[in-house]
Design a protein around this ligand. Structure first.
Ligand SMILES: *Cc1c(COP(=O)(O)O)cnc(C)c1O
Length: 260
């Protein structure tokens, strides 16, 4: 990053007294974070749910480390990234933020698992036994090397239309994969994640996901997380039991157009 952030003093709704960053960007992110929290609260009220049961995961891919630093100053501690190289670089840059936690939400190639297992608290996109085994080995090595201190938390990504080319395990193959992850010494089964299929009705997709989650919970009560909902569909996801919305655009602004 070439830009040197200038100090700005502000106060956000969480009462954080001092936030470092370019003043215009601090004001922008502070306003969009407040608006997003209002939106999540309204969705929870409409769904008759306690807002404390829905976590916001800011998705910061394509945005600079300086933005993450601003959001940290505004009280956020967890950040979602989806591209390994970009994320590893930010992790290195932001090592001074002692309470930061990184969550890897993108598709993960097995040859990148070793890197991600060093710094990720959670990987959201496990969809095969092979990837689970690779991550377990990588997490074990990171634990032994003292690079991490807790098992790697894993969410299983579900394919709601059975088109596994886009990532995700089918509902039929999910129980065996869940058993595999639950039995892996250096992994911890945390729950499910899904992205509605292109052109699908998110309402129907999230209803289907919620029912798949209820079956999983019967076998694995610890798998409580249901990560569903993004900028465009978080209300529908919250109506159907989401415990974690992953929001990029509505918080950070538009990303460059890519295939992701
Ligand atoms: C980029 C991304 C998001 C955020 O999407 P927005 O529509 O920008 O909120 C959520 N989940 C995953 C897996 C992503 O890759």
């Amino acid at each position: 990053m070439t830009e040197t952030p200038t100090a700005a003093t502000g106060s956000d709704r969480a009462g954080v007294a001092r936030v470092t960053g370019a003043p215009e960007r601090v004001a922008e992110l502070s306003a969009s974070l407040a608006a997003l929290n209002d939106r999540i609260h309204a969705a929870c009220r409409a769904a008759d749910r306690d807002p404390g049961t829905v976590r916001l995961l800011p998705v910061t891919k394509f945005f600079p480390a300086s933005d993450i630093e601003i959001l940290y100053g505004l009280g956020r501690r967890e950040f979602g990234e989806s591209r390994e190289q970009e994320a590893s670089a930010k992790v290195a840059q932001l090592g001074h933020l002692s309470q930061i936690r990184w969550e890897f939400i993108g598709r993960l190639q097995r040859n990148k698992a070793k890197h991600v297992a060093r710094w990720a608290d959670t990987v959201y996109s496990v969809d095969s036994d092979r990837l689970a085994t690779t991550l377990d080995t990588a997490a074990e090595a990171a634990l032994e090397a003292g690079e991490r201190h807790t098992p790697l938390r894993v969410l299983l990504q579900v394919s709601l239309d059975g088109d596994t080319a886009r990532g995700g395990v089918t509902a039929a193959d999910l129980p065996a994969l869940a058993d595999h992850v639950a039995g892996s010494a250096s992994l911890q089964l945390g729950g499910l994640m899904a992205i509605p299929p292109l052109e699908s009705d998110p309402e129907a997709a999230f209803a289907q996901l919620q029912s798949i989650h209820s079956y999983l919970l019967a076998a694995h009560p610890e798998a409580a997380e249901l990560s569903a909902g993004m900028s465009g569909d978080l209300e529908a996801a919250i109506r159907h039991g989401s415990t974690c919305v992953r929001v990029g655009t509505a918080l950070m602004g538009a990303r460059p157009i890519t295939s992701e």
